[in-house]
Design a protein around this ligand. Structure first.
Ligand code: HEM
Length: 132
């Protein structure tokens, strides 16, 4: 597994654990266990689960397994992938404070979208059939 995939998948698991914990506290709050104020933290949960976990896991696996080039660099422009992971994690981190500081939340969404664009640009030339 390439280094960027290892980082992406490990980081995604950290977001997954934190996001599930957050989701569980919200579920309990809905059942009357804990403060209902916890339900105001839904957006924190969304940034963690949607971008920190799902999108990041997909990026990690896609970078690893999708078709490679026959010549080096075999996985294409790796800088774009690292830039995408940086934007994604920084964005998800900023996104977690959205319920308290909406402007930082907006910056988080922008970075998360940028991360998706950067990864798509990286991946586009690698989407090819085995017949060329
Ligand atoms: C891939 C996994 C998941 C994703 C993408 C996801 C995404 C979301 C989204 C988009 C919302 C709606 C937020 C809103 O209304 O603004 C939400 C709400 C919520 N999620 Fe998740 N979630 C995931 C997993 C979980 C898990 C595992 C739990 C529980 C342990 C959980 C518990 C909740 C709760 C309690 C709410 C609030 C529901 C409400 O307001 O009625 N989620 N989630």
């Amino acid at each position: 597994m390439p280094r960027a995939s290892k980082w992406a998948i490990r980081l995604s698991l950290i977001h997954f654990a934190a996001g599930i914990l957050m989701g569980a506290t919200m579920l309990f709050a809905k059942a009357g266990v804990g403060s209902v104020g916890l339900l105001n933290h839904r957006l924190t949960h969304v940034h963690m689960m949607l971008f920190g976990w799902l999108v990041q896991f997909v990026i990690g696996v896609a970078f690893w397994i999708l078709p490679k080039f026959s010549e080096a660099p075999r996985r294409g422009n790796t800088t774009l992938v690292w830039a995408s992971l940086l934007a994604l994690n920084f964005g998800a981190l900023l996104g977690t404070v959205e319920p308290w500081v909406p402007t930082l939340g907006a910056a988080g969404w922008s970075l998360e979208i940028l991360a998706c664009v950067l990864f798509s640009v990286h991946l586009w030339p690698r989407i090819k059939g085995f017949d060329g």
